[in-house]
Design a protein around this ligand. Structure first.
Ligand code: NDP
Length: 246
């Protein structure tokens, strides 16, 4: 299969930011999208907009930290649309602070969502992909795992854990039935840092996003680019950042 049209695509973290933009972009290009996140009201409103524009969308209220919820997302795609072509493991959170602040609860939360959450998606999707003989895993990692900076130690660590897992999975899956893609965005204008606890770090990151963050639609187009390639072409790693980001 080439292109986006007709593909069945499940997206975690579809209630805002990059996931929401990806849902809009992919649905506009003719994919059926299955939208997962905890804020069901946001998902319902997004699904409504997609359907009004002539697209196909289903909503699954889910928490990626729960394995059963990831299975619910994948099962919904298969039950409603007959298969799953792509899982976009995009849900994520950032609790940035210096390591010395010992925000252990924040570390745990990031590990649960950014690492376990992606693994739960992989565990739910791989059996379906194996039965179909084809499938594509796309994840949203980060440039913070490429250029290491202060205050993002654990966040970057979770993103690099996912990058590593996907690369090993890629090497284990060279029979042509599985594609893996890690997208590394730089600053994107979203709600990601709104929950950062340290007010100074939060304000600084929000300011950077406002000053030079790119539109989430740009990352959505990068996700679509990886998905639209023919089955024998795998976009492995893709970095997309503001032109002026250092
Ligand atoms: P947002 O905060 O706008 O979106 C995060 C999404 O993840 C929301 O839809 C949220 O939905 C969902 N989410 C968070 N926790 C859970 C959970 N436990 N279960 C299910 N869904 C969850 O930020 P972005 O769009 O920026 O973030 C998307 C991804 O992009 C993240 O992985 C982030 O790390 C990554 N990224 C973002 C960058 C940026 O500058 N914005 C840069 C690099 C990477 P809900 O709260 O409804 O559950």
């Amino acid at each position: 299969m080439t292109g986006v049209e007709g593909k069945i695509i499940a997206i975690t973290g579809a209630s805002s930011g990059i996931g929401e933009a990806a849902a809009v972009e992919l649905a506009a290009r003719g994919a059926a999208v299955v939208l997962g996140a905890r804020r069901a009201d946001r998902l319902e409103s997004l699904a409504g907009r997609i359907r009004e524009a002539g697209g196909r969308a289903e909503v699954v209220e889910m928490d990626v930290a729960r394995r059963a919820d990831a299975e619910k997302l994948v099962d919904t795609a298969v039950e409603r649309f007959g298969r799953l072509d792509v899982l976009v493991g995009n849900a994520g959170m950032a609790r940035t602070s210096p390591v010395r602040d010992l925000d252990v609860d924040g570390w745990d939360a990031m590990i649960d969502v950014n690492v376990r959450g992606v693994l739960h998606g992989i565990a739910a999707a791989l059996p379906v992909f194996a039965a179909q003989g084809r499938g594509h895993l796309v994840t949203t990692v980060s440039t913070s795992g490429l250029k290491i900076v202060p205050n993002q130690a654990v966040y970057a660590g979770t993103k690099n854990a996912v990058r590593t897992i996907l690369e090993a999975l890629r090497q284990e899956s060279t029979d042509g039935t599985l594609r893996t893609t890690s997208i590394s965005p730089g600053y994107v204008r979203t709600e990601l840092v709104d929950d950062v606890e340290d007010p100074q770090i939060r304000a600084q990151m929000q300011q950077s996003m406002a000053d030079f963050g790119i539109d989430p639609a740009a990352v959505a187009r990068a996700i679509a680019f990886a998905i639209e390639q023919p089955d024998d072409v795998e976009i492995g790693d893709l970095t997309i950042r503001p032109t002026i980001q250092g």
